[in-house]
Design a protein around this ligand. Structure first.
Ligand SMILES: [Zn+2]
Length: 351
């Protein structure tokens, strides 16, 4: 009897429950296989959509340079003709899975686990990698996704508001020999005690226009100043923009400086016709609710989580099954050089 025949004979003896488990396994495996092929094709198209360029130096004069025999598939290799670079590369060079010892199917499975919002530990168990690798993969994918999406721009009626997160140095101590805690450590999740907004909180400014374009950035420590707002929005707002904000004073000077029409909604009043900040208020409460699952995010990683949330909002209409694939395609299309030591020495980046 052939292997398949003997397998089928064994399967026929299984209970319905186990047959269903097997069916799920086969479906997932087949989907991942076909997705791995699609991802490779789409990344190559995305990377080279504006002509082929070297990922290391951006030079456009490149030549084919044999075939790279990879774990997942054979890939065309290229060589940069810039005499100062001369590096060879494929369409996967400087993407999250580049140089990974694991195969693309495992990366796709990981992306799917991320879409499901699983913990680092659960992702690791499902994909078959260790916990440190799981953490690294999460942030590699998020940094690449951040590069892919970019800060973005807004137009028309734009709702803007700021929200605060406690500054957190979580994870810094064990990873860095040189790290000195700027202040006494707070117990995880413990609220900042000082009343109002202090420099122990970091400010995130979110904005959303009525077309669904979003900007979500870590902007400064403590209260936002008009100069912070200007730095964030300059060259990222269309001329026709009308800003809706709360009555915080910093928005007034900022709007004057950039020549933006401003509607400030007095606290207690929720709407002034079409001018309101209800969407952005809902956005903030959803963000706060979503981020709770991570039990305190280190400030240096906050931007990654902001972009993760933004990505989930941007593509919320996609079917779950294609989200993982799209996440992998987009993260791999961006050119990202991130290695473990970069994560260890990473600093919080304010816009
Ligand atoms: Zn080059």
């Amino acid at each position: 009897m052939s292997t398949v025949q003997s397998l089928m004979s064994d399967i026929s003896k299984l209970s319905n429950y186990h047959k269903e488990q097997l069916l799920n396994y086969l479906e997932e495996d087949l989907t991942l296989n076909s997705y791995a092929t699609e991802v490779t094709k789409e990344v190559a198209e995305g990377r080279f959509s504006k002509g082929k360029v070297c990922p290391f130096c951006g030079h456009s004069k490149i030549l084919k340079h044999g075939i790279f025999h990879g774990k997942n598939s054979d890939k065309q290799r290229y060589k940069c003709q810039n005499s100062e670079c001369k590096k060879t590369f494929t369409e996967y060079t400087l993407s999250p899975a580049y140089n990974s010892k694991k195969n693309l199917k495992q990366w796709l499975l990981y992306a799917k686990c991320m879409i499901n919002g699983y913990s680092i530990r659960k992702c690791a168990a499902i994909v078959g990698i260790n916990i440190a690798t799981s953490f690294f993969w999460r942030h590699k994918l998020l940094e690449a996704l951040t590069n892919y999406i970019g800060v973005g721009s807004v137009s028309g009626v734009v709702e803007v508001d700021e929200t605060f997160f406690p500054e957190s140095f979580k994870g810094n101590h064990k990873n860095s020999k040189n790290f000195v805690m700027p202040r006494k450590s707070r117990k995880r999740g413990k609220e900042v005690k000082k009343r109002g907004i202090s420099n122990e909180q970091v400010c995130v400014v979110c904005s959303q226009d009525r077309l669904g374009n979003m900007i979500t950035e870590l902007v400064c420590k403590g209260r936002v100043k008009h100069s912070d707002l200007q730095r964030l929005f300059e060259n990222r707002v269309e001329d026709d923009a009308i800003f809706c904000t709360d009555s915080h004073r910093s928005y007034i000077k900022f709007a004057q400086n950039l020549g933006i029409e401003l509607h400030q909604i007095k606290s207690g009043r929720h709407t002034d016709g079409v001018y309101h900040i209800q969407h952005i208020s809902a956005f903030h409460s959803n963000l706060k609710g979503w981020i709770q699952r991570f039990k305190g995010v280190a400030t240096k990683y906050l931007q990654n989580y902001l972009y993760w949330f933004k990505w989930l909002q941007m593509f919320s209409d996609d079917k779950d099954i294609v989200k993982g694939k799209n996440l992998m395609v987009q993260a791999s299309t961006a050119i990202t050089e991130s290695v473990i030591k970069d994560l260890q020495t990473k600093q919080a980046k304010f816009v």
